[in-house]
Design a protein around this ligand. Sequence first.
Ligand code: AMP
Length: 291
Amino acid sequence: MRLVHTIAQVREAVADARRLGSTIGLVPTMGALHEGHLSLMRQSRRQCGFVAVSIFINPTQFAPSEDFASYPRTLDDDAQKCEQEGVDLLFAPNALEMYPQGFDSWIEVGGLTSLLEGVSRPGHFRGVGTVCLKLFNISQPDRAYFGQKDYQQLQVIKKMVSDLNAPIEIVTVETQREHDGLALSSRNRYLSKVERQAATVLYQALQAAQAEYASGQRDSSALEQVIHSVITAQPLAEIDYAVVVDADTLLPVDTIDRRVVVLLAVRVGLTRLIDNIILNNDATNNWIIPD
Ligand code: AMP
């Protein structure tokens, strides 16, 4: 595996791989890698001849009040994990490489970004869209891999790729979880022991919604009530939003007559966690990946 820090080095490595006829896979991350990230790499490894991973804690997607400064930075450990997963190229640029002085062009995806995370984290998706398009242009992958865990981000990226005709296939990878259902996240390490225990309430709420749905409930406000009652029973948890929405537009639905997703953002102590599930008719409660 090659570890590189400049855009020129990425272009060179990708051009070499292309000359050999390889398809290129890109896995964009912010590092502090866990099994969730590794599952994206494995999927990319199965589908592409050349796998590139980026690690960049993108300053433009953090609001001033957020955890940019304290976000975990573990490059040596991350590089080892990438190596073990058979990654070909690890791109770890610094902020100036990505945003040189005078940088001033931004991606704004419409409607989808004015909801939910977009309300709680103004400017977040502008930063995400911009950095992802830059990473796509830098490495020109055939496929880019994203986790279902960040469901709204995934929809925003798909919309950007479609609207702007980026010649890239976006591949969705299902959410990887701890044994008790907590979705893996780099931010889980902020949780104290007691908060970590309390954080399982997100998964419990999703499961409760899925069980109600599988037993025939099609009224979304009734499902939202179930979700709210599960979460509010946990004193350390505070709901930011907990909604049942159209799985494509993320707009509210009354009666569930199409594919819907439950989206949760919940603060546990000072840590904000998100999770989701696409509701399905499977009473055995299997997770389903969109598309
Ligand atoms: P991040 O480093 O948090 O920006 O995440 C990088 C990528 O990994 C994004 O596409 C995430 O959706 C994905 N990801 C994060 N956590 C998980 C998880 N638990 N399961 C699957 N993918 C994940």
